[in-house]
Write a protein that binds this ligand. Structure first.
Ligand SMILES: CCCCCCCCCCCCCC(=O)SCCNC(=O)CCNC(=O)[C@H](O)C(C)(C)COP(=O)(O)OP(=O)(O)OC[C@H]1O[C@@H](n2cnc3c(N)ncnc32)[C@H](O)[C@@H]1OP(=O)(O)O
Length: 184
């Protein structure tokens, strides 16, 4: 089976500079929402991703794989690994562009099994913007920032109005103001 991915990004893109208010390298980023399954600190059994701003406009996320994340005995569930990448890539887009966006498409290549007890080091970057479409990708390395690559992911995020979260979800419309026009 060929593992050569199709052209990425699939369309002509611009390469935007990070937003002036994007966090500086080394900044630890807390959860964007306490009940988020990916990063929230009030979700028992959630992924509890820890993110920080890396060098060269990257967002670095760490996912500690526990017994709660198993698919096969002793191995991480693939869907949860994809979820970790969704979260890390969403954070990459949101933190660097400071615009509300949702996942339109997520592709994940699983290259190595990820054992319980390991830590996945995910490095996300922006690959370009075309109108409301934002392309981002990430590598996930086992147990060290320079460890072997276990997963790769590519995603399309679509920039939305904040009303996406108030009309379709339960976000509080009072959260909408010029400094908070980002994902709830
Ligand atoms: C401090 C800062 C903190 C921030 C931290 C934040 C962290 C957040 C972390 C959270 C992480 C977790 C994140 C989550 O879990 S987000 C939750 C999971 N995602 C969703 O629920 C999204 C559901 N989908 C929708 O709501 C709509 O379909 C959207 C909004 C995506 C688009 O509907 P809309 O009617 O608005 O727009 P459109 O249909 O004209 O599309 C627009 C353009 O996009 C292109 N397109 C769309 N889909 C696809 C596709 N599949 N493949 C290829 N292309 C696609 C489309 O062709 C068009 O292109 P063009 O015609 O313009 O060329």
């Amino acid at each position: 089976m060929s593992r050569v991915p199709p052209k990425w990004p699939p369309v002509e893109v611009e390469h935007p500079a990070p937003h002036p208010d994007a966090p500086e390298q080394g900044t630890k980023l807390g959860p964007h929402y306490a009940h988020c399954f990916g990063c929230g600190d009030e979700t028992e059994g959630g992924l509890h991703l820890q993110t920080e701003c890396g060098h060269d406009a990257t967002i670095i996320a760490q996912f500690h794989v526990t017994d709660a994340h198993q698919g096969a005995p002793g191995l991480a569930h693939g869907g949860l690994l994809a979820c970790a990448f969704d979260e890390a890539l969403g954070s990459t887009v949101g933190q660097l562009l400071r615009k509300p966006a949702v996942t339109g498409k997520l592709e994940t290549d699983f290259l190595r099994p990820v054992p319980v007890g390991s830590t996945l080091h995910i490095a996300g970057k922006l690959d370009g913007v075309a109108g409301r479409k934002v392309y981002a990708s990430a590598d996930g390395r086992l147990d060290a920032p320079d460890g072997p690559i276990a997963l790769r992911a590519r995603a399309l995020f679509v920039i939305v109005d904040f009303s996406h979260f108030t009309e379709h979800g339960t976000a509080d419309p009072r959260d909408v103001h010029p400094d908070r026009d980002i994902n709830p």
